[in-house]
Design a protein around this ligand. Structure first.
Ligand code: AN7
Length: 347
């Protein structure tokens, strides 16, 4: 059986003999060498950490495995979360695997189709609210004290602990720490977790520290602007968040690593998403395109050295949001099933 992150990284995690080895086989995701985007930008060591290949299709599964294990250890019988989609899909999957209830509070109309379908299929109880993610998270915080409930948003410290294993894995795969890491920033748990992972590698293994570069969407860029955004807007629904829970630790990651958190436009996001698919064969969701968009901009403005080891985290699977994927694409009309008709269609 493929060991999950709790088994593989027990020595790095707050686990006890009583912690169940909750796993759907998360982690062990590929680090793919860029064959076209990197070289076209003059970068010889660009890699994509393809986190969309986790069991529920996003990076959330790492932290969820540990959060659910600790929830079970503490006697909880229900998981609750607010989500722009991926956290709810992940929580629902792990709840199903352990016979727990999953309650997911979602921004109505704000979650990509594939993620909704996942939560429904895994058997979660879905409560759409007429408000954005930030309001949904406020509601979940208010419900947090209900006996038997475990909140599995990244305000749960075990989510961050489990998530930091992505940094440990990148270190194993590269043999060294990268020089820079690019990733999208929504609620800011992931950038917090990568920075913790690399910082622990620095302390315990003498690894060097990467610069952390976070990308927010222009219409949902509270950290870049320095104040919460009341009505966050972006095509990348996963990161449509106006008041990130891990704001302070994201700033610490940025500043301690001498990195940056910057805004990219929806056009840059979709263009990067398409480029990943067409030039690399990697399908990622729009939010994941944000990190790549920032990388492209920094390369084009001469801010990166050609031989730097750069890791771009592709946080979610592209199939989750078929609507975004199909933007600007067109399925050709059907033709007769004959050689002539197909030749004519090929042109
Ligand atoms: C694909 O599912 O917040 O900065 O509720 O799904 O750690 O929040 C998802 C976030 C990036 C941002 N990429 O990560 C949720 C949720 C994808 C995501 C992010 C999310 P954080």
């Amino acid at each position: 059986m493929t060991p999950g992150i709790i088994e593989r990284y027990a020595a790095w995690l707050p686990v006890t003999p009583a912690t169940p080895l909750v796993s759907l086989g998360e982690g062990s995701t590929p680090l793919v060498t860029s064959r076209r985007i990197g070289p076209s930008l003059g970068l010889s060591r660009l890699f994509f950490k393809y986190e969309g290949l986790n069991p529920s299709g996003s990076f959330k599964d790492r932290g969820m495995a540990l959060a659910v294990a600790k929830a079970i250890e503490s006697g909880a019988h229900a998981l609750i979360c607010a989500s722009t989609g991926n956290t709810s899909a992940s929580a629902s999957a792990y709840a199903a695997s352990r016979g727990l209830k999953a309650l997911v509070v979602l921004p109505s109309g704000g979650v990509a189709t594939g993620k909704l379908a996942q939560a429904l299929a895994y058997g979660a109880l879905i409560v759409p609210v007429r408000g954005n993610f930030d309001r949904a998270l406020e509601v979940v915080r208010a419900l947090a004290q209900t006996p038997g409930y475990a909140v599995v948003n990244s305000i749960n410290p075990f989510r961050i602990e489990g998530q930091k294993t992505a940094a440990l894995e990148v270190f194993e795969q590269l043999g060294v720490a990268p020089d820079r890491v690019f990733l999208p920033v929504g609620n800011a748990g992931n950038i917090t977790a990568y920075w913790r992972g690399f910082s622990e590698l620095h302390e315990k293994r003498g690894a060097s520290l990467p610069r952390m570069h976070g990308a927010q969407a222009t219409g949902a860029a509270p950290i870049v602007k320095g104040h919460p955004v009341k009505r966050p807007r972006t095509v990348a629904s996963a990161i449509r968040i106006g008041n990130p829970a891990s704001w302070k630790t994201a700033l610490a990651a940025r500043d301690q690593s001498h990195g940056s958190i910057e805004a990219v436009t929806d056009e840059e996001i979709l263009s990067a998403q398409r480029l990943l698919a067409r030039e690399e064969g990697l399908l990622a969701e729009p939010a994941s395109g944000a990190g790549v968009a920032l990388l492209i901009r920094m390369a084009q403005t001469g801010q990166l050295r050609p031989d730097e080891r750069i890791v771009c985290v592709l946080t979610g699977q592209g199939l989750k949001d078929p609507h975004a994927l199909m933007r600007g694409l067109r399925l050709p009309p059907a033709v007769e099933p004959t050689e002539d008709a197909v030749r004519a269609a090929i042109g």
